[in-house]
Design a protein around this ligand. Structure first.
Ligand SMILES: Cc1cc2nc3c(=O)[nH]c(=O)nc-3n(C[C@H](O)[C@H](O)[C@H](O)COP(=O)(O)OP(=O)(O)OC[C@H]3O[C@@H](n4cnc5c(N)ncnc54)[C@H](O)[C@@H]3O)c2cc1C
Length: 410
C-alpha cells in the first residue's frame, strides 16, 4: 500500500513527488510514494511538446531551491527577469517593475516547461522511495471503508494491463480536466474566456536584456517573455473571432502581425526578429475553482483544483504553492505519526491555500476584463490604474504578491 499516490507527473505533481522524495530529505525515507503519468513521452525524456515557457515567481524558485531541484533547472537554463514593463497599446503609460525596487537578483525567472519537467523527472528518478508508474492512466477510484480501516483503491491501465493500487492518500495533480476530480464528483465553478492564447517563440538580433513585456491590446494581453540566447516566448491573447485567421496565416504574414503587436519602440531595441518555432500552439483560457480540494483520503493540487487566465503568469505558481503547502503538512503529519489521508490533516492544507488561490483567480479575472474592454469607462479606469502604479508603495505591494513573497517557502 502507498502512503501517497500522485496522479499526474506534470510540473505540479512531479514537484510534489520530489518534495516527498528521500534524495535530499532522509526524513521521507519511510514514506512510500507512487506517481502515475499517462504521457509515455516523459519516460523517454521527451518533454518539449509545445515549446511553452512559464514565468516563475521568485517565491516559487525558492520553494524549488529548498526541495533541491532548482540547481538542475539552472544548469539547463533559466532566464532571470530584471524588469517587467506593463503598457497599454502604444500609449506612453508604462509601468516598469524593476528588480532593484525589491532588492532581489530577479523579479522571477522564465523557464521553458521542458527544462522544468526534465529537471523534476531527473530528481524524482533518484529518489529511492518513489515509484514511477508510466505510461499509465487512472480508470477509476473507490473509497473503501470497512470495520478496521479505510483506504483509497485506484484502478489503472498500463502496459501490463489493468491493475488495482491502494493508498492512504490519493493526490489529483492531473491538470485542469482532472479525471480524479471528476471521479470524486467534486463540483467546480468555471468560466471560459472568449479568447485564445497563441504561443510561439521568436529570436531577436539584439539582446532583450532580460526584460519582459506585458502589452495590453484591444484583443487582449500580449506577453513577451525573455528566454536564453536572445529568444523570447510570445503569449498572444487573441479574440475568439480573430483566432482562426491568425492561425491560418503563412509564416511571413504572421511574423508581420506579431511585429505590429510588439510595437515599434520594442522592435527598434530588438532589431531583426525571426520566428524560431513554426508551431503556433493555442489554448482557450478559462478560470475554474473546485468547490473543495479535499475528501477523505483524496486531495487536489495545481490545475486539478483551480485554473486561471495566463495573463498574469500565475497558474503554475499557485500550483507550486499548493504542492509546497501539502508537502509541509504531510511531512509534519508523518513525523507526528498521524494518518496522512485523515480529513483533519487535509483540512490544514486546504485552509492554507484556498484564499491565496481565490484571490489570484479573482484579481486576474478583473484585470483581464478591465484590460480587454473597449468601453470608455474601462479605458479611463485602466489608465488611472497604470498611473496609480507609478506610486512607489503601490508598485511594491503589487510586486510583493506577484513575486510570491507573501507565502513562506518553509
Ligand atoms: C498559454 C499558457 C501560458 C501559461 N503561462 C504561465 C506562466 O507564465 N506562469 C505560470 O505560473 N503559469 C502559466 N500557465 C499555467 C500553467 O501552465 C499551469 O498552471 C500548469 O501547467 C499546471 O500544472 P499541473 O501539473 O497542475 O497540470 P498539467 O501541466 O496539466 O499536468 C497534468 C499531468 O497529468 C497527466 N494526466 C492527466 N490525466 C491523467 C490521468 N488520468 N492519469 C495519469 N496522468 C494524467 C498529464 O499527462 C500531465 O502530465 C500558463 C498556461 C497556459 C495555457
Amino acid at each position: 500500500m502507498f502512503d501517497v499516490l500522485i496522479v499526474g507527473a506534470g510540473m505540479v505533481g512531479a514537484s510534489l513527488a520530489c518534495a516527498l522524495g528521500d534524495k535530499n530529505c532522509a526524513g521521507n525515507r519511510h514514506l512510500k510514494v507512487g506517481i502515475i503519468e499517462s504521457n509515455g513521452n516523459f519516460l523517454r525524456g521527451e518533454f518539449a511538446a509545445d515549446g511553452r515557457a512559464s514565468a516563475i515567481a521568485y517565491g516559487s524558485s525558492q520553494i524549488w531551491q529548498n526541495i533541491g531541484v532548482w540547481g538542475g533547472m539552472q544548469s539547463r537554463g533559466v532566464t532571470p527577469m530584471h524588469m517587467i514593463q506593463v503598457s497599454e497599446g502604444n500609449l506612453p503609460y508604462q509601468v516598469q517593475l524593476r528588480r532593484e525596487d525589491m532588492g532581489q537578483e530577479a523579479l522571477g525567472y522564465i523557464v521553458e516547461n521542458s527544462v522544468t519537467l526534465a529537471s523534476l523527472w531527473e530528481f524524482a528518478r533518484e529518489c529511492s522511495n518513489l515509484e514511477l508508474i508510466c505510461p499509465a492512466q487512472v480508470l477509476d477510484i473507490e473509497y473503501v471503508k470497512n470495520a478496521d480501516c479505510d483506504l483509497m483503491r485506484v484502478k489503472i491501465s498500463s502496459e501490463i494491463g489493468d491493475q488495482y493500487l491502494e493508498t492512504k492518500l490519493l493526490v489529483g495533480a492531473d491538470g485542469g480536466r482532472s479525471q480524479v476530480r471528476q471521479l470524486a464528483k467534486i463540483k467546480i465553478t468555471e468560466r471560459q474566456y472568449e479568447q485564445t492564447c497563441i504561443v510561439t517563440t521568436i529570436k531577436s538580433e539584439r539582446s532583450h536584456q532580460n526584460f519582459a513585456y506585458e502589452r495590453f491590446q484591444e484583443s487582449g494581453p500580449f506577453a513577451i517573455l525573455p528566454l536564453s540566447s536572445d529568444r523570447a516566448c510570445i503569449v498572444w491573447t487573441a479574440t475568439k473571432e480573430e483566432t482562426p485567421a491568425l492561425l491560418a496565416l503563412d509564416e511571413a504574414t504572421f511574423l508581420q502581425e506579431l511585429i505590429k503587436r510588439c510595437g515599434a519602440p520594442l522592435i527598434e531595441k530588438l532589431g531583426k526578429v525571426t520566428l524560431e518555432s513554426r508551431d503556433r500552439a493555442n489554448y482557450v483560457p478559462r478560470w475554474m475553482h473546485s468547490k473543495t480540494y479535499i475528501q477523505p483520503r483524496l486531495v487536489l493540487i495545481g490545475d486539478a483544483a483551480h485554473t486561471t487566465h495566463p495573463i498574469a503568469g500565475q497558474g503554475m505558481n499557485l500550483g507550486i504553492r499548493d504542492m509546497n503547502a501539502l508537502a509541509n503538512v504531510l511531512r509534519l503529519a508523518h513525523q507526528a505519526q498521524e494518518d496522512l489521508g485523515a480529513i483533519a490533516v487535509l483540512n490544514r492544507y486546504q485552509a492554507k491555500r484556498k484564499w491565496d488561490n481565490l484571490g489570484v483567480i479573482w484579481l486576474t479575472d478583473i484585470s483581464n476584463r478591465i484590460f480587454s474592454n473597449h468601453n470608455l469607462f474601462f479605458k479611463i479606469l485602466r489608465r488611472l490604474g497604470l498611473l496609480l502604479l507609478q506610486i512607489s508603495l503601490l508598485k511594491r505591494v503589487l510586486m510583493y504578491f506577484m513575486m510570491g513573497l507573501h507565502q513562506s517557502p518553509k
